[in-house]
Write a protein that binds this ligand. Structure first.
Ligand SMILES: NC(=O)c1ccc[n+]([C@@H]2O[C@H](COP(=O)([O-])OP(=O)(O)OC[C@H]3O[C@@H](n4cnc5c(N)ncnc54)[C@H](O)[C@@H]3O)[C@@H](O)[C@H]2O)c1
Length: 349
């Protein structure tokens, strides 16, 4: 049995409880949260045996061999390095870090310590994206020409998930001083991974425009200066020369949490859609190309991230998406910042 520590008991922690409840080889044995009383309440509500108010206390206790890092983005690096220092395997939330150099430092530390290191790029759990990639690899769409990817959320307007102008879990996501890299680190990382995983090839250059829209008088709410980007639109090229457009936004009214990816090749096209729960994959292939007819495909069972993390703990062989993959995507995010600031296309090495 692998004993897991859950670090951070905020919004995403419930997802990890649900995911690991399906994994018989893993048990969440303790949780940590900095806010007084929060870990205790979470432990009681979820039947977790131990709780702590600092990572140091949990490491001092030491009764776990792996950790799920579910702290806010700006906290990932210091806490992950502390866990690596203590010899713990890690499933870290995305984005791995606020910049490529930080993400690379974390990757190298985990790899040189020989620890399992994965990042919860949770849309890999979509059976539609997994099947789409297999079909692209099997050349079912021919040579890729166009990729269109969008991640649409609306929590800056919609109250479906709470009030973005008063609740801390939404305010830190709008503030660079609180470690946020805006929509890029929040969901841009998901859609860049989703697009290049589905296309089965990497991005090699991009031109991005980042926008921070006015939201409140004076642009701040208490300690939170709302300066992080809200939306990004980019054009990009993939290694094969395919032309991509990518949109990520928190201002897409009408959509709560929707990802879409269209892949158009010389032999046909695929369209993936998911809201994180439901996924669909449609295809327009072979003779259907002449009629522009699309068919919805049957989706397979897939190994979800939590299952792949458990398998990596059991085998000792690292799983995907790894820290290195997340660091590579982070390079694109850094390039998007550079491109938007300089108004130039940026090549990604
Ligand atoms: N994979 C996904 O689809 C997905 C979805 C949502 C959030 N996330 C990621 O999960 C992370 C957490 O997001 P959230 O929505 O749960 O945020 P949140 O603000 O709701 O929760 C974060 C929790 O971490 C605690 N915390 C902060 N610093 C800490 C520390 N040093 N030690 C222990 N606890 C600490 C906070 O008190 C808070 O309770 C973020 O990196 C976010 O990007 C990923």
């Amino acid at each position: 049995m692998h004993r897991l520590l859950l670090l951070g008991t905020g919004g995403i922690a419930a997802h990890h409880i649900e995911e690991f409840a399906r994994i018989p080889e893993c048990e969440i044995v303790a949780c940590v949260d900095l806010l007084p009383g929060k870990a205790k309440a979470f432990a009681e509500a979820n039947g977790i045996a131990r709780h702590f108010e600092s990572l140091e206390e949990a490491i001092g206790w030491g009764g776990f061999d792996a950790a799920i890092n579910a702290t806010p983005d700006g906290v990932h690096k210091a806490t992950t390095l502390a866990l690596i220092g203590a010899g713990k395997h890690i499933l870290c939330e995305k984005p791995l870090a606020p910049s490529y150099p930080d993400a690379l430092a974390m990757t190298e530390a985990a790899e040189s310590a020989g620890l399992v290191n994965m990042v919860n790029l949770s849309y890999r759990n979509s059976p539609a994206i997994q099947l789409a990639r297999k079909m692209v690899e099997a050349s079912e769409v021919g040579e890729l020409r166009h990729v269109e990817a969008a991640y649409r959320q609306s929590w800056l307007v919609s109250k479906a998930w709470g009030d973005a102008m008063t609740e801390p879990q939404w305010l830190w996501r709008q503030s660079t001083a609180h470690g946020s890299t805006g929509v890029l680190g929040d969901v841009g990382i998901h859609i860049l991974d989703f697009a290049s995983f589905g296309a089965a090839e990497d991005f090699v250059s991009l031109k991005a425009e980042l926008v921070t829209f006015p939201k409140v008088e004076g642009g701040r709410v208490g300690e939170y200066v709302l300066d992080a980007n809200d939306s990004v639109a980019m054009s990009a090229r993939l290694k094969s020369g395919a032309l991509a457009i990518v949109l990520a936004t928190r201002f897409a009214t009408g959509y709560a949490n929707d990802l879409s990816l269209s892949l158009h090749g010389t032999k046909g096209a695929l369209k993936v859609e998911t809201d994180g729960n439901r996924s669909t994959l449609s295809a327009c292939l072979r003779a259907d190309v002449d009629k522009g007819e699309w068919r919805e495909l049957q989706l397979p069972e897939v190994r979800r991230n939590a299952r792949r993390f458990a398998d990596a703990l059991i085998s000792g062989e690292n799983g995907d998406p790894s820290f290195r993959r997340a660091a590579d995507i982070q390079k694109l995010i850094d390039a998007a910042f550079e491109s938007s600031a300089s108004d130039r296309r940026v090549t990604v090495a």
